[in-house]
Design a protein around this ligand. Structure first.
Ligand code: PBG
Length: 345
C-alpha cells in the first residue's frame, strides 16, 4: 500500500525556525544546570513534625493506617523531640490519644492542666531544646461525640465552644506551648484566643490558624491515631469548609489575620495547592499546609505495593508545597525527610 503522505523531513534548521532558536531543554541537560535554574528548594527549616501522644511509659504504639508513625508516651516524645532538634526540625505539633474513659460531652479533659499535651509540653520544655511546640486547640480528642465543639442536640455551638477554647489555649500555654493552633473552625476563635492570651500576659505566644480547613475524607488515619473515628457522630460539614469553595478560603484567612493570627494554614495539603497559592499571593503572610494523614497513607500504601517510589514521591510532594508558596509543611514525613536532607548536606 502506498501512502499519499509525503515523507516528513524535520531538520534542525526547520526546528530552529519553529522555535525561534529557543530550546527549553538546554537548561535541563546537566545536573549542575538544573540546580542552577531551580526555582524552589526544600530544607529542614520547612518541616513541622506532628506527633501523637498516649498515656504510659516507654510506649511506642504503631498506628496501623500510618506506617512508621507511632503513638508515643511522654518519655518517648521527649526522645523524639531531641531527635527532631538534632535534625534541625524547627517545631513539633502535638496531638493526644485520650483514654476513652476521660472523654465526655464537654471535652473537659482539654482543660486538665495535667492532660497528655500539657505533660508533654512540660517534659519537652524541661530539656531546654531549641524547638517550638505547637499545640492544637479543638475539643475533638476529648469529646465523647468526637466533634471539635460543644453540642446542643445536633448543633455544634459556636460561642460557647470559643469560650472553652480560650481556656484550653491558656492551659496549653501555661504548660509551655509556644504556638497555639486553633483547628476547630469556630467563628471568632482566633480573636478571642488572642485577647485572652494578651490579657493573661502571653503577648508573645504565636497563633497559627487553621484558617482554611476543609471537611475532608483525607483525615481518616489521623482519626484512627487519636481514636475519634469510632467516636465521631455524623460529620463536620457545619464548621469545616466545603471543598468546592476557594474565595471563601480567602475570606477566612482575611478574618483570621484581622483577628491577630501570626500565620495561616491550609488543610488538607496536596489537593488544595490552588488555595495555598491564592492565599500566599493575596496576603504575603507566613503560609503553611498540613499534608494530612490520608495523603501520607496514600503515598505509603502505593510505595508498599511497589507502585511508586515512596522516597521520591515524598520529596516531590513536599517540593510541590514550596512551589505553591508555602513557608512550611506539617508532615508525618518530617523525620525521614530531615534525615535525607541532612545526610546530603
Ligand atoms: C481536628 C483535627 C484533625 C486533624 C488535625 N486536627 C482531623 C479532623 O478534623 O477530624 C487531621 C490531621 C490529619 O489528618 O493528619 N481538630
Amino acid at each position: 500500500m502506498s501512502s499519499s503522505n509525503s515523507k516528513p523531513s524535520v531538520t534542525s534548521e526547520t526546528l530552529d525556525e519553529i522555535l525561534g532558536h529557543k530550546r527549553p531543554r538546554r537548561n535541563r541537560r546537566t545536573d549542575w544546570s538544573r540546580r542552577m535554574v531551580r526555582e524552589s528548594s526544600l530544607s529542614v527549616n520547612d518541616l513541622i513534625w506532628p506527633i501523637f501522644l498516649v498515656d504510659g511509659q516507654g510506649k511506642r504504639e504503631p498506628v496501623p493506617s500510618m506506617p512508621q508513625v507511632e503513638r508515643l508516651s511522654v518519655d518517648e516524645a521527649v526522645r523524639d523531640a531531641a531527635l527532631a532538634e538534632s535534625l534541625g526540625i524547627p517545631a513539633l505539633a502535638l496531638f493526644p490519644y485520650t483514654d476513652p474513659t476521660l472523654r465526655d460531652a464537654t471535652g473537659s479533659e482539654a482543660l486538665n492542666q495535667n492532660n497528655l499535651v500539657c505533660q508533654a509540653c512540660r517534659a519537652i520544655k524541661a530539656e531546654g531544646l531549641n524547638i517550638g511546640l505547637i499545640t492544637d486547640v479543638a475539643l475533638d480528642p476529648y469529646t465523647s461525640h468526637g466533634h471539635d465543639g460543644l453540642m446542643s442536640g445536633e448543633e455544634i455551638l459556636n460561642d460557647e465552644t470559643v469560650d472553652q477554647l480560650c481556656m484550653q489555649a491558656l492551659t496549653q500555654v501555661d504548660a509551655g506551648a509556644d504556638v497555639i493552633a486553633p483547628s476547630d473552625m469556630m467563628d471568632g476563635r482566633v480573636g478571642a484566643i488572642r485577647k485572652s492570651l494578651d490579657e493573661n500576659g502571653h503577648r508573645n505566644t504565636q497563633i497559627m490558624a487553621y484558617s482554611a480547613k476543609y471537611a475532608s475524607s483525607f483525615y481518616g488515619p489521623f482519626r484512627d491515631a487519636v481514636g475519634t473515628n469510632s467516636t465521631l457522630i455524623g460529620d463536620k460539614r457545619t464548621y469545616q469548609m466545603d471543598y468546592a469553595n476557594s474565595a471563601e478560603a480567602l475570606r477566612e484567612v482575611e478574618m483570621d489575620l484581622n483577628e491577630g493570627a501570626d500565620m495561616v494554614m491550609v488543610k488538607p495539603g496536596l489537593p488544595y495547592l490552588d488555595i495555598i497559592c491564592r492565599i500566599k499571593d493575596t496576603f504575603q503572610m507566613p503560609t503553611f499546609a498540613y499534608q494530612v494523614s490520608g495523603e501520607f497513607a496514600m503515598i505509603e500504601a502505593a510505595a508498599a505495593n511497589g507502585w511508586i517510589d515512596g522516597e521520591r514521591a515524598m520529596l516531590e510532594s513536599l517540593m510541590a508545597f514550596k512551589r505553591a508558596g508555602c513557608d512550611g509543611v506539617l508532615t508525618y514525613f518530617a523525620p525521614r525527610v530531615a534525615k535525607l536532607l541532612t545526610s546530603q548536606a
